[in-house]
Write a protein that binds this ligand. Structure first.
Ligand code: UDP
Length: 353
């Protein structure tokens, strides 16, 4: 079984790390990785491939820093060329980025079967580019691996029911596996002795709106100055927008970190404040509460359970969400038992080879 896997963005490297490891245990699966280049900077890409032992991409497309349409279009064209050369049995795509939809569309036009991992998620906000990517990718995929029953139900509402499997979340596999390797060195560079809150902000709907971004930073300043230290690995997009905004930041800002360091930062934090999809769940995997700076979330199981709360970009809302009492997280099994990748690999071989 020959699978061409398309990755391009940071969360996809993490998911691919878990799934490629599972594939490597099965002789009949031959995987070829294509890196679209969507995230290209050293701290957002290379470090993940190096430290997580992700197979070296056979193709690196170098497509980045373009508008959504231009980026997706160029990826589509290049991926099609590769698929014509490789002629795989399947194209595997993860999540909801431009690389996901470009990979899926290229495969669909060549009648190559598509595997979508992290299928069925919905925020029900069509203004999010990720939501459009998810819906289109799910609609044209052949095999859909869902992280939870809720995502299966979302697909069912849209009439997508064939070859839909609940397999848990492959990010859970990655976080537990790499935690076990215990290779973070971040405590040598950063003072983590005081209690701190970990924060990341990078979603376009927050960074591209000056009022929202100013509200978030002022709220985080307030948390940092009156409640608890805040540490933020700064996404390049947010860095750029903050430079334009010229607003003072009182909390500790660091460059984006590799995955081992990220896991260490989450594990040792007091709680998390983020607009990241991945980090909302990783907080839960390490039993940390999370304030989600978004109007909706696709990870509804965690807000329904009361572990995570949605919060506006208003500085006072952020402060009160952070300081309010939280529900203790007793288990971390909502998204499976951290064996999702093996489950996916075995299922593919059993049912589709
Ligand atoms: N992440 C990381 N280093 C960082 C920031 C994030 O390793 O400096 C990880 C984070 O733990 C999560 C993934 O990158 O697993 C999420 O990426 P991001 O927030 O960019 O995307 P999203 O999940 O929102 O699509």
């Amino acid at each position: 079984m020959k699978i061409v896997t398309i990755v391009g963005a940071r969360p996809q490297f993490i998911k691919a790390a878990a799934v490629s490891r599972a594939f490597s245990k099965i002789n009949s699966i031959k995987e070829i990785i294509v890196h679209t280049g969507q995230h290209f900077d050293e701290n957002m890409s290379k470090v993940f491939f190096d430290e997580m032992d992700i197979p070296v991409p056979k193709y690196a497309l170098d497509i980045s820093s373009l508008s959504h349409g231009a980026m997706t279009g160029r990826m589509l064209e290049k991926i099609e060329e590769i698929l014509l050369i490789e002629s795989p049995d399947f194209v595997l795509v993860y999540g909801d980025t431009n690389s996901t939809i470009a990979g899926a569309l290229a495969a669909s036009k060549l009648h190559i079967r598509i595997i979508h991992i992290e299928a069925g998620l919905r925020s029900y906000n069509m203004l999010m580019p990720e939501e459009v990517n998810r819906i289109v990718t799910d609609r044209i995929s052949t095999i859909l691996f869902c992280p939870s029953e809720q995502s299966v139900a979302n697909l069912k509402k849209e009439g997508v029911v064939e070859n839909v499997f609940v397999c848990g979340d492959v990010m859970h596999d990655a976080s537990i596996y790499y935690q076990g390797l215990n290779r973070s060195k971040i405590k040598n560079n950063l003072n983590l002795n005081d209690k701190y809150i970990l924060s990341t902000i990078h979603r376009a709907e927050n960074t591209d709106d000056k009022v929202k971004l100013a509200g978030i930073i002022t709220g985080l300043n307030k948390v940092n100055n009156n409640y608890m230290k805040v540490i933020m690995p700064l996404h390049p997009r947010t860095k750029f927008k903050l430079q334009e905004l010229g607003i003072d930041i009182d909390f500790e800002v660091i460059d984006p970190v590799g995955y081992f360091d990220m896991i260490h930062l989450i594990e040792n934090s007091n709680q998390v404040i983020t607009d990241s999809g991945g980090l909302q769940k990783e907080a839960y995997f390490f039993k940390k509460n999370c304030v989600v700076i978004r109007d909706q979330t696709e990870w509804v199981e965690l807000t329904d359970a009361g572990y995570n709360v949605l919060c506006s970009t208003d500085e006072n809302d952020i402060y009160s969400c952070v300081v309010s009492e939280k529900l203790e997280i007793c288990d971390n099994l909502i998204y499976g038992d951290s064996n999702s990748s093996d489950r996916i690999a075995n299922l593919l071989v059993e049912k589709f080879s």
